[in-house]
Design a protein around this ligand. Structure first.
Ligand code: ZN
Length: 361
């Protein structure tokens, strides 16, 4: 009797402890604040530890200052070959809302896949590859003090006696490199680097995408600000073969965003809705055959710009989450749901044909 009372007490104690630990971890990470690189790295470890069956990490390169660039891979195990979705945040250091979004996105996916059958279905077909902070050196520098808060570029030193630091990573990819919307002045914010892929961060992403080009269905890269969804290409004279479909999917995402807090996002190619540019990761992804490739420019439209107040983190992330989910759902359904429907139709057709043939012979 005493033994059974003791074991009940033990179970109760353990359950209470579990809840306390869970609660502490939940409280410990505040998604409505901006976080330092150290905090984000710790958060990544926490995600892996808390969801070992769904989250793993992959180091796929390094920064100029020799930091490991790490992504979180999120997906449910499957016996069939899975497709991939790419998302990166923080390619530009000062756009702090971007890494905050990647963290929010991961939290939402992990918090909903057990109860939301659609998310669970998608995680059985797709693995999400999410880099919360790509330009880690620049991000850390932007946290240093008030004078560095608006740092945008990498932290590699200039070449040819130029004393300025940094290359614009989003002008450094091998996609019409150096053609438009760039500067050859190494002190410029849009300096495209001494050569394509001069920056190890751009090279790391390029290698990962190139190795997996046949399996990646969708490439999403998150920036701020401007409230835009940008499609390939940045060069005004080049058109993506599926531009109409990209536009349709982008507009649906903007609608999903608007439904959350009423914010307007504009959709289009950079020359049409922002300014022409070249050497971006979005354009590179589309050029190598990844069918769906988008840049998100999150809030706002310039009132606070890169210094978006912390009280806007949550609403910005909530709406952008629905936008990203709308794109991922479209891409998933196009590949898996419609493909399955087509194959059922094809099977039915061959059965009918066989019946007809057997009845006529
Ligand atoms: Zn940016």
């Amino acid at each position: 009797m005493l033994q059974s009372i003791l074991s009940v007490l033990l179970i109760l104690t353990l359950e209470t402890q579990d809840r306390v630990v869970e609660g502490l971890e939940h409280r410990a990470y505040d998604y409505t604040k901006y976080h330092t690189m150290d905090e984000i790295s710790e958060w990544m470890n926490m995600m892996i530890k808390d969801h070992p069956d769904v989250v793993t990490s992959i180091i796929y390169g390094n920064t100029y200052e020799k930091r490991n660039i790490t992504l979180l891979k999120i997906g449910l195990s499957s016996t069939e070959k899975k497709k991939m979705i790419w998302m990166d945040c923080g390619i530009h250091a000062r756009e702090w809302i971007a890494p905050a979004f990647c963290q929010h996105f991961v939290k939402e996916i992990l918090g909903s896949y057990k109860t939301n059958p659609k998310i669970s279905e998608m995680l059985k077909h797709l693995d999400l590859y999410i880099t919360p902070v790509l330009n880690m050196d620049g991000y850390i520098y932007s946290w240093k003090d008030n004078t560095t808060r608006l740092w945008r570029k990498t932290r590699s030193p200039g070449t040819d006696n130029c004393t300025c630091f940094g290359t614009d990573l989003n002008r450094n990819f091998y996609a019409n490199w150096g053609m438009v919307g760039i500067s050859r002045d190494c002190c410029s914010e849009i300096y495209n680097g001494p050569s394509p892929l001069s920056e190890p961060e751009a090279k790391s992403v390029t290698d990962f995408l190139s190795d997996n080009r046949d399996n990646i269905l969708c490439f999403l890269t998150i920036h701020s600000y401007g409230q835009l969804i940008l499609l390939p290409y940045g060069h005004p004279n080049i058109t993506a073969p599926n531009e109409d479909e990209l536009m349709k999917v982008g507009l649906a995402a903007a609608e999903a965003i608007k439904a959350v807090h009423g914010m307007d996002y504009t959709v289009g190619t950079p020359p049409k809705v922002l300014y022409p540019n070249s050497g971006s990761s979005r354009d590179f992804a589309r050029l190598i055959g990844i069918p769906f490739s988008f840049t998100f420019e999150l809030r706002d439209k310039g009132q606070h710009g890169f210094k978006l107040p912390e009280d806007q983190i949550q609403p910005t992330c909530e709406e952008a989450y629905q936008g990203a989910l709308s794109i991922i759902t479209y891409v998933h359904d196009k590949t898996f749901v419609r493909a399955a429907a087509t194959s059922i139709a094809a099977t039915l057709w061959s059965v009918c044909l066989a019946l007809w043939l057997s009845s006529t012979i």
